[in-house]
Design a protein around this ligand. Structure first.
Ligand code: IMP
Ligand code: ZN
Length: 336
């Protein structure tokens, strides 16, 4: 089966984690020429074939390296366009890209950062079959005012393509209960919400999981270390699940390999109560495109052509985009 040609929906992709190494290298070459960076070449820092980032090495890769390289308007525009192009070339027809609003000292405010990305998205949407919307992330290391600032930005720019709010960041840090008022504001502003859920065994306490569920998320991501009572509640509410195979295997977030992934349990031979949206998370870091994730699922869980198409189409029901977009996707994904 040609997994690239299959029209696909990507609902869990972090902008800065989706930049290819080649694109980072091109940004580095330009900066090096102008004497604007002391950082090492991305192709040396992140060699081809290195995907074994874990919780200790993954988050510093952004704070200590990628953010240091993508640190002005030109690099933000260049990398965002490259990410959109990569998803389009992989046969993605609808993308919900997420990013944490980031001020770049002496270059951009958080609002500039968000509106620059929205301009890239709008230009791409005008000419591509791929339609993209934006989710703003709250980093769990941050405080409540920072979270509220993300909600304010999302509300202000809703009509320009922001559809929701995400809670992300190092799962071993931060206090999730701090964000209750932010999630309440997001919901009352009519924004959809998604939460990185049960990623690391160290902090996946019943207290944290039930607090997250009390925020009434429309979707949850990863969903790895989940006790039975929480699983039952997720099934009862039919929450959309963003599952990321390669990321979880390479970062050793699960025990075992692809065939041991909890996708099998939630998919349950196509009978699972929750919609599963197969997602890449950080294709620039873990190196597996969405079409490759579908190929891995077919290979390790024995899904045939019909089931693969059902899996891909299932995600339509849990997108944060509007009814009109769902109709467009039904037209595209039921064509064959
Ligand atoms: P950005 O928000 O566009 O800058 O994308 C990179 C950021 O996404 C990282 O700094 C993390 O905060 C977050 N992120 C990426 N992947 C994961 C993940 O698997 N778990 C939690 N947070 C993540
Ligand atoms: Zn993620």
């Amino acid at each position: 089966m040609d997994f690239k040609a299959l029209p696909k929906i990507e609902l869990h992709a972090h902008l800065s984690g989706s930049i290819s190494r080649q694109c980072l290298h091109e940004v580095w070459v330009q900066k090096k020429k102008r004497g604007e960076t002391e950082l090492e070449d991305p192709l040396i820092v992140m060699p081809e074939g290195k995907f074994d980032y874990n919780l200790d090495t993954f988050f510093p890769l952004f704070s200590k390296y990628i953010y240091g390289l993508c640190n002005d308007r030109d690099s933000l525009i260049y990398t965002t366009n490259s990410v959109l192009q990569d998803f389009a070339s992989d046969g993605v027809v609808y993308l919900e890209l997420r990013t944490t609003p980031r001020a770049i000292p002496s270059h951009m405010t958080k609002e500039d950062y968000v509106s620059t990305i929205l301009s890239c998205i709008s230009a791409s949407n005008a000419t591509s079959t791929l339609k993209t919307t934006l989710i703003l992330s709250i980093d769990r290391r941050n405080d409540l005012p920072t979270a509220q600032e993300a909600i304010t930005l999302a509300t202000k720019h809703r009509s320009h393509g922001i559809v929701g709010i995400d809670l992300c960041g190092d799962p071993t840090s931060g206090t999730v209960s701090l964000f209750a008022p932010a999630f309440a504001s997001a919901r009352s502003a009519g924004l959809k919400t998604t939460i990185h859920f049960a990623e690391a065994p160290q902090t996946t306490t019943p207290d944290e999981l039930w607090t997250m569920l009390s925020y009434q998320p429309d979707r949850i991501g990863h969903v790895i270390n989940v006790p039975e009572d929480v699983k039952s509640e997720i099934r009862r509410r039919k929450i959309g699940l963003e599952l990321c195979l390669s990321c979880n295997v390479h970062a050793r977030m699960i025990t075992g390999s692809f065939g041991d992934h909890h996708f099998g349990e939630w998919w349950d031979g196509g009978r699972g109560e929750c919609v599963v949206a197969l997602s890449t998370d950080d294709v620039g870091v873990f190196g597996s495109s969405l079409s490759n994730e579908y190929s891995l699922i077919a290979q390790h869980f024995g899904l045939g052509r019909q089931e693969i198409c059902e899996l891909a189409r299932g995600a339509i029901d849990v997108i944060f985009g509007c009814e009109e977009e769902k109709e467009r996707l039904r037209g595209l994904m039921w064509k064959e």
